[in-house]
Design a protein around this ligand. Structure first.
Ligand code: FES
Length: 103
């Protein structure tokens, strides 16, 4: 299933999707795409309050809007907040002809 073309997502921007009833989101950083389950390891709920807003004000970390946990974009590790040391679950994807695709 095609999600989006890599050129549709700006650098340091994020976008949410639902795939097979699973909420996921994608982030672009340094021209690379990262995809995670939209499932905060703190309480097991979705991270965002506003559609497609998964990053902090500086667009540097992934931020959980519920209690402010911050996660590294590159590996999903929580570096601040109530789930410190836990990680977002990476969601598998491929890039085919410039499109991010998931099963
Ligand atoms: S639910 Fe994400 S920090 Fe609490």
């Amino acid at each position: 299933m095609k999600l989006f073309h890599i050129n549709e997502l700006e650098e340091n921007q994020s976008k949410g999707f639902t795939v097979n009833n699973t909420a996921i989101f994608a982030v672009k950083r340094d021209n690379q795409i990262f995809v995670y389950k939209n499932d905060c390891p703190h309480l097991g709920i979705t991270l965002e309050f506003q559609a497609d807003k998964f990053l902090d004000l500086d667009n540097h970390f992934i931020e959980c809007a519920n209690h402010g946990a911050l996660f590294e974009v590159e590996n999903g590790e929580c570096i601040s907040g109530p789930c410190l040391g836990q990680t977002l679950e990476a969601y598998p994807f491929d890039i085919v002809d410039g499109y991010v695709e998931v099963n």
